[in-house]
Ligand binder design. Structure first.
Ligand SMILES: [Zn+2]
Length: 90
């Protein structure tokens, strides 16, 4: 039974859909799933860098600006995939 992808609206077989890693209950086609999976990884990475910065972790000490620019880079990669970082990050 074909169903529309919740993101791009392309019709796909129900068996080929996978649940969004970002939003429970949203069913995605293969392409949208792989995009969101990538975005999810970026979000996790941004949050862990932010956590280290907030706690002045030894790993980021001495190069805070470098790590901040990593965050900036990851956010802009999210944007180019069509995901607004403001919507997904605290
Ligand atoms: Zn899709």
């Amino acid at each position: 039974m074909p169903v529309p992808c919740d993101k791009c609206n392309e019709w796909v077989e129900l068996n080929d859909t996978r649940e969004s890693p970002l939003k429970k209950g949203r069913m995605l086609c293969r392409n949208c799933f792989s995009d969101e999976y990538e975005v999810k990884n970026k979000i996790d990475e941004i949050e862990s860098i932010q956590y280290m910065l907030d706690n002045n972790d030894p790993e980021v000490k001495g190069n805070r600006l470098g790590w901040k620019s990593n965050i900036k880079q990851l956010r802009s990669e999210m944007s180019s995939l069509g995901y607004d970082p403001e919507e997904y990050l605290r």
